[in-house]
Design a protein around this ligand. Structure first.
Ligand code: RIB
Ligand code: CA
Length: 313
């Protein structure tokens, strides 16, 4: 079977970095057409730089990296240096990138690629706020039925919020963009906090990264050592939740995940619950299902896959 064509839309972010590494380590399953950076965890000038740092760490300097939107559709940017550090990739010391940033705007690249590739053969993998994807859909509504699938990290139901009591960060930063994406009609698969909070980098799992003894293995161990502080303090969790790598892992091994087809709406009107993913998990409304919302993960299987693939870089 030929590898699945994907565009990774990202705001690196240590967990984004691991998701990109997993995807680039899996060329038999995934053909990374391009990586589009968006403002999120840190401002755009850092997310586009971090995306290139990670591609070079993976030994893939020919990867096409594009810069996209530097602010949400209609709100001030909210960033997460408190989680990811000033650079967005705190933890390891990694060299500045020498590979080029593409001149084309990320949104134009997304539109052009979806129009150029055969219909239904490109999967979009948003790992940050959905601004780039929403602007592409608004500017070119025809692309909606050209998308094979949107597999995104964002939202929560049982886990509720991580940036406010009711909202997950990616959705909260640009709820209007999320509303556009969830209404676009393309097949959507959601990796919410309900799943990613079960993908914790315990000390043993971190040691397995480090034991790879490669620059990638050591860098990932150092990233998650840094990144775990926030969740350990807040939730008392056993390690860093690997949010975004759940997207890459799903594309390689969907059997590691279980979920259900439900309706998901985005709160954009209430200040109290702004950015909440109102997930009809129990089917109590007559709202039509618009997403496959994941609820569980085989965490040991996930880490076995991730560690093996990181070892290939
Ligand atoms: O809430 C977790 C999400 O927000 C992850 O994608 C993380 O990288 C941040 O973007
Ligand atoms: Ca992210």
């Amino acid at each position: 079977m030929s590898p699945r064509k994907i565009i990774i839309d990202t705001d690196p972010g240590q967990d984004d970095a691991v998701a990109i590494l997993l995807a680039l380590a899996s060329p038999d399953e995934l053909d990374v057409l391009g990586i589009t950076a968006v403002a999120g965890n840190v401002p755009l000038h850092l997310t586009q730089k971090n995306a290139r740092i990670v591609c070079e760490l993976a030994g893939k300097p020919d990867t096409l990296v594009f810069a996209g939107c530097d602010a949400p559709l209609s709100r001030k940017l909210v960033t997460a240096e408190h989680v990811h550090g000033k650079t967005g990739l705190d933890g390891p010391t990694l060299p500045d990138p020498t590979m080029p940033l593409q001149d084309q705007h990320a949104v134009d690249y997304i539109i052009e690629t979806l129009r150029a590739e055969e219909q239904g053969t490109v999967t979009l993998c948003p790992l940050g706020p959905l601004t780039n994807i929403a602007v592409a859909l608004q500017r070119a509504p025809d692309i909606a039925d050209r998308i094979q699938e949107i597999v995104l990290m964002g939202g929560a139901y049982f886990e509720v919020g991580n940036i406010t009591p009711t909202a997950e960060f990616n959705i909260y930063v640009d709820p209007e963009a999320a509303k556009v994406v969830f209404a676009c009609g393309a097949p959507i698969t959601v990796m919410p906090l309900d799943v990613t909070h079960k993908a914790l980098v315990t000390a043993e799992r971190n040691a397995a990264f480090r034991a790879l003894g490669t620059p990638v293995g050591v860098a990932v161990a150092e990233m998650t050592d840094f990144f775990e502080r926030f969740d350990k303090e807040k939730y008392g969790s056993a390690g860093a939740p690997l949010h975004d790598p759940c997207v890459s892992a799903y594309l390689i091994r969907p059997d590691l995940f279980t979920g259900r087809q439900i309706n998901v709406e985005i709160e954009t009107g209430s200040d109290l619950t702004l950015g909440m993913t109102v997930a009809d998990w129990w089917g109590v409304t007559d709202r039509a299902p618009n997403a496959t919302f994941m609820g569980d993960i085989d965490a040991n299987g996930f880490f076995a896959l991730l560690t093996e693939r990181l070892g290939r870089l």
